[in-house]
Design a protein around this ligand. Sequence first.
Ligand SMILES: Cc1ncc(COP(=O)(O)O)c(C=O)c1O
Length: 382
Amino acid sequence: MTLYLDNAATTPVRPEVLQAMLPYLTRDFGNPSSHHEVGEAAARALDDARRRVAAALGMRAGDVIFTSGGTESNNLAIKGIAVAALLSRGARHVITTPIEHESVLSSVDHLRRVHAFAVTMLPVDALGRVDPADLAAAIRDDTALVSVSYANNEVGTVQDTAGLAAASEKVPLHLDAVQAAGWLPLSHTGADAISVAGHKIGAPKGTGVLAVRGRIPVEPLLHGGGQERGRRSGTENVAGAVAIAAALELAETEREAEARRVTGIRDELVSLVLAAIPSARLTGDPVNRLPATASFTFAGASGEAVLLELERRGITSSSGSACAAGSSDPSHVLTAMGVPADEALTAVRLTLGHGAIDPAAVAAAVAASVSALDPGPDRLGA
Ligand SMILES: Cc1ncc(COP(=O)(O)O)c(C=O)c1O
């Protein structure tokens, strides 16, 4: 039996979510654009899912665009809002941070290369925090969009969303809430656009949402039949929409109690790891962090080697980001936070889920994995 501690990479589909979506893969399989009873049943399910997602995100039903996941939601938010602002008012400036997910950084880079946007990268401090005052100072008359992650996927640092929303009052603020969903409140963030990925919260891979306040124009990336109010053409994934609605609702019902429980376990795990391993350092904000994220560096070790040792001991974890897995480059998140490149290569991220774990046993396995790699004085020269 392995213990899966990589829940920030993806999660299993929850049984309740599977139950909710199954009828729309089989009995009620219609195309929601079809004008007959089979299609209309699917359209009703889609409308209902849209209303429920909107309620969870503090948005209106018409603001919700169903997508294929976090990457698409981020691409649509960034390119869609920025290009619409370019077309309507000649805005050619976007603001983001150097610790964003690749789907954000690459979308911003696309705007720069293809549409000649200027890009401001806000600094982050050693804990991965963005200062709202820096955002306020960076906003220009031609700023089309601000995009910041609500919580970082590698180190779990949670941003001051209220401060960021106040600072970007005149410019649309997009929050990548892919990691925040399920752990942090989503309905009162002050954001104008929010990205969520279903597979991080117990819905299947290939499901996602971008919610954008109705007054903000979005230039579509996918053109065709005009579904999703023309903002995302293509026959909707009805079962996926039902799944993400069910997953968001379940997560919201359980969120406060789960966040409290998991934070307690995470804190105990972090203390035990720091106590057992002299080289261990917690990365990210020690207080304002995602409940489930315990992220470390182990100077002198190799993060990839620690992961393999942990896997041998039955624990599945990650170096920080599934997307960067296999890359031998140090994490762009850690280096932006000022962690030296050689230390950044020793990163290990344990992300808890909704099951029970024994923090002492996990910390002991981490300590054994790190020390298995440490040559130690008595093994030198052997
Ligand atoms: C913060 C963040 N944004 C975006 C994504 C991309 O989401 P998806 O895997 O659904 O494309 C991820 C995935 O890990 C993420 O952690």
